[in-house]
Design a protein around this ligand. Sequence first.
Ligand code: C5P
Length: 218
Amino acid sequence: SVIPVIAIDGPSASGKGTVAQRVAAILGFHFLDSGALYRLLGLAANQRGVALTDESGLAQLALAMDIRFEGEAIWLFGAPVGDELRSEHAAAAASQVAALPAVRAALLDKQRAFRQAPGLVADGRDMASVVFTDAVCKVFLTASAEARAERRYKQLIGKGMSANIALLLQEIRLRDERDSQRSVAPLQIAPGAALLDSTPLSIEQAVEEVLVRYRAAC
Ligand code: C5P
């Protein structure tokens, strides 16, 4: 039988990562943070001196990337990756490499390998539209740019990092624009996806909304 996938797409800081992770924990499913793969590629490129514009070099690096996820911990080429992966700098690099078609193609198999029994919750931008088109449940999780900037601010401060809310809002708007304007796999609501606006919702409420939809779909 087909291994079920719950695809949760949406813009940065919409809460989809946290929601997807909790839904996966509740259902006992595997979890894919696809954005982390793009972030890791940006990081690997920096480490190895591959330019963020070198499409074939980046695609090659994407195929060669040795990544290990273990709970919250991530290893890249055998070395632990720290909080730098969540920085706005890493996000900007990710967004840049993610606009390259060869890079996206190179990361397809790595993403699909996460589909293992009993199921997978995958979060990203094109989980429903490209990577797992046969997902049993497709949710587009969004929130206002202001709410997302505030959440990202609290997240960074909570990790002991410094943050500027006006700057975060600016970066979120810029990244939204780049992610939705690009020609390959632009951020959009996939056909058949349910739109969930989390602006007025708590994380718990958003998780419940996804679970209700998943149970209704099966
Ligand atoms: O979700 P996260 O903020 O970690 O994603 C970082 C960047 O990676 C996004 O801004 C987007 O450009 C890219 N991305 C993507 N497709 C995905 C996940 C992330 O293009 N499935």
